[in-house]
Write a protein of this length. Structure first.
Length: 169
């Protein structure tokens, strides 16, 4: 009798857990109705000519490796991701007490981007003034090149932009 009661109680608990209500879901939440994304070359309104192709390449790699989307040409894609680099500036973070020369610098990059559904013409995500920064040590003895900071900020921007492409909760 006790065994039967325990089985009935266990089954009742299991059926209560299967009530059809929404549950917590882990993992990526990208729209399954979208299969392809076009990523034209990022536009650049700054002096730095290296950053636009690097950001374009990073966006393609993050989309292909981190989502179910496939990158396609603009004429064959469901959506298109347009981006424009608006500003790049260097900010002094610290200077040497002995020489008053700059030690640490921050490379700040501001981007506007828009992800458009080409089937409807409506924007899925639109963000202006999106900013990321990377720190590098400009002075001796380390003397890191600005290219190191550019690489880091490009990776951060690409990851953050693709993360924003997730479907709404």
């Amino acid at each position: 009798m006790m065994l039967r009661l325990a089985v009935v109680a266990t089954l009742a608990g299991l059926f209560a857990a299967c009530d059809g209500a929404p549950k917590y879901e882990s993992g990526q939440r990208y729209d399954k109705g979208i299969r392809t994304v076009a990523v034209p070359v990022v536009k650049n309104a700054t002096f730095d000519r290296k950053i636009a192709p690097e950001l374009t390449d990073a966006l393609v790699k993050v989309i292909e490796s981190g989502t179910h989307f496939r990158v396609a040409s603009e004429g064959r894609s469901d959506t298109v991701l347009h981006a424009t680099i608006r500003t790049i500036d260097l900010q002094q973070l610290s200077k040497s007490r002995g020489t008053a020369l700059t030690e640490e610098m921050a490379l700040n990059v501001t981007v506007d981007y828009e992800w458009i559904d080409q089937r409807t013409g409506k924007p899925l995500v639109q963000r202006n003034g999106f900013r990321e920064s990377a720190v590098f040590v400009a002075s001796l003895p380390i003397q890191q090149p600005i290219d190191l900071a550019r690489f880091q900020v490009v990776e951060q921007l690409a990851t953050a932009i693709v993360d924003s492409m997730q479907a709404d909760w």
